[in-house]
Design a protein around this ligand. Structure first.
Ligand code: NAD
Length: 292
């Protein structure tokens, strides 16, 4: 039998995720402050309305501050024994704080940020990185099966966000590394296709090179082949690199490459023409430059 699900945040990711749950036979009610809706999802007038009587409430919101604000409105109206699942990418502290508030109210909590982007949300092929107690994860697992192809239970509350920001710190660093290697190869007169043929099967390989090659016309089709239209926007990479640096500061972890990647994406998005471009557009940015 289907569950009753409140879905808060029907944006680029949330709307297709909510639509997939409705399509699978769940009774989904949605709320978004911007008034957006999703196919098969009954619109609610408020956050409290979406919470009332729901077995699950799922949030898909821009950041931790908004999550905390929304959770403070949600939790008092949720039924005891219901589960709150936050799929947004937020700071680890916000995830832990909302988990504590939910726990104190007798509500389960799972932080479950996703990988897979808008395409994965629409196709129901997201990967969920989940944090929370075993009972909350077990309750949420059938919904992850509808919205995604894989869910990894990473540990206690906050562990999902920790996994997400560590993964994306690696991604930001390897994308910059791949782009600067292509820019250097150009200046050395090395053909890009040859560079791909070697690196994609040698020790320099990575997801950035093999699956999402930043050079147009080389490797599998990627945003580089479509004028660097995202894909995964540079400003979203900047957000995630900011979260990993925030976490590194709080945990006293030495992350010099992550810090440099964050600084480069900040420069690109805030002072250059990176806003609205795919994060792999770091390649044309680097190609235009010399050493000074
Ligand atoms: P989005 O901006 O399209 O959607 C967020 C939605 O939340 C918006 O529709 C907004 O109106 C709504 N919202 C904001 N404040 C609200 C409030 N107080 N109450 C109710 N609704 C509110 O963003 P998105 O691309 O859907 O991303 C959502 C989350 O998923 C982010 O945390 C992002 O980092 C993460 N994420 C995005 C992608 C991607 O490719 N877009 C990939 C992985 C993870």
């Amino acid at each position: 039998m289907g569950s009753t699900i409140g879905f808060i945040g029907l944006g680029n990711m949330g709307a297709p995720m909510a639509a997939n749950l409705a399509q699978a036979g769940h009774d989904v009610r949605g709320y978004d402050v911007a008034g957006t809706t999703a196919e098969g999802v009954a619109p609610c007038a408020s956050i409290e309305d979406a919470a009332k009587g729901a077995d699950f409430v799922i949030t898909m919101l821009p950041n931790g501050e908004i999550l905390r604000d929304v959770a403070a409105q949600l939790i008092p109206g949720m039924s005891k024994g219901a589960t709150l699942i936050d799929c947004s990418t937020v700071d680890v502290e916000s995830a832990r704080s909302v988990a504590a508030d939910a726990g104190a109210a007798g509500i389960g909590f799972v932080d479950a940020p996703v990988s897979g982007g808008i395409g994965g949300a629409a196709a129901g092929t997201l990967t969920f990185m989940a944090g929370g107690d075993d009972a909350s994860f077990a309750a949420a697992a059938p919904l992850f099966d509808v919205m995604g192809q894989k869910a990894v239970h990473c540990g206690a509350a906050g562990a999902g966000q920790a996994a997400k920001i560590c993964n994306n710190m690696i991604l930001g660093i390897t994308m910059i590394g791949t782009c600067e290697a292509f820019a250097l190869a150009d200046k050395l007169g090395l053909d890009r296709q040859k560079m791909f043929d070697v690196v994609s099967t040698s020790s320099g390989y990575s997801w950035s090179m093999n699956a999402y090659c930043p050079a147009p016309g080389v490797g599998p089709t990627s945003p580089a082949d479509n004028g660097y239209v995202p894909g995964f926007a540079a400003e979203l990479m900047l957000k995630d690199l900011g979260l990993s640096q925030q976490a590194a500061e709080a945990a006293d972890a030495d992350t010099p490459m992550g810090a440099l990647a964050r600084a480069l994406y900040a420069q690109f998005v805030e002072n250059e023409d990176g806003l609205g471009k795919d994060f792999s557009a770091m390649l044309p940015r680097l190609m235009q430059r010399g050493r000074s």
